[in-house]
Ligand binder design. Structure first.
Ligand SMILES: Cc1cc2nc3c(=O)[nH]c(=O)nc-3n(C[C@H](O)[C@H](O)[C@H](O)COP(=O)(O)O)c2cc1C
Length: 129
């Protein structure tokens, strides 16, 4: 599962490219299957409020973080939301993407997903059966 937040459409575009099961989060979303979080960066390197609230409830099943930012904000804060989440919750930062990124970014995310999330999805489905 991919859980994502997108304000102006870049993260939504990235998620659509991945062609994986996905859900756009609200602050009240609860996910009960392993997932990768995809988020944008707000303020000056800030985690969006909706993502902060979501992660307070769901971080345990989060296997990796993908962040989109804009490198024009400066390297100090480029995609910093992803670094902050990775550090706060001890979750790997899978990819830092400039705006919508490139196919090599999507390939890297898919490789991580297949290694670390897909198998878990499968186990969850088996348990339900
Ligand atoms: C108000 C505002 C603040 C932003 N602050 C940052 C920032 O500090 N660092 C960064 O890398 N990108 C920053 N960005 C850029 C967005 O994170 C980037 O455009 C991202 O791709 C947006 O994803 P979305 O289109 O899915 O909302 C900011 C964008 C806006 C509108």
């Amino acid at each position: 599962m991919i859980a994502y937040a997108s304000r102006t459409g870049n993260v939504r575009y990235i998620v659509q490219k991945l062609n994986l099961p996905a859900i756009e989060i609200t602050k009240d979303t609860v996910i009960e299957t392993p997932f990768i979080l995809c988020t944008y960066t707000d303020g000056l390197g800030d985690v969006p409020a909706v993502v902060q609230a979501f992660m307070e409830q769901n971080a345990t099943l989060c296997k990796g973080i993908v962040v989109s930012g804009n490198s024009n904000f400066g390297l100090d804060v480029f995609g910093l939301a992803g670094d902050k989440l990775a550090s706060d919750y001890h979750i790997p930062l899978v990819r830092k993407i400039d705006l919508r990124g490139f196919s090599k970014d999507y390939e890297a995310i898919l490789a991580f997903y297949n290694d670390c999330v897909k198998e878990d999805d499968y186990e969850t489905i088996l348990e339900v059966k």
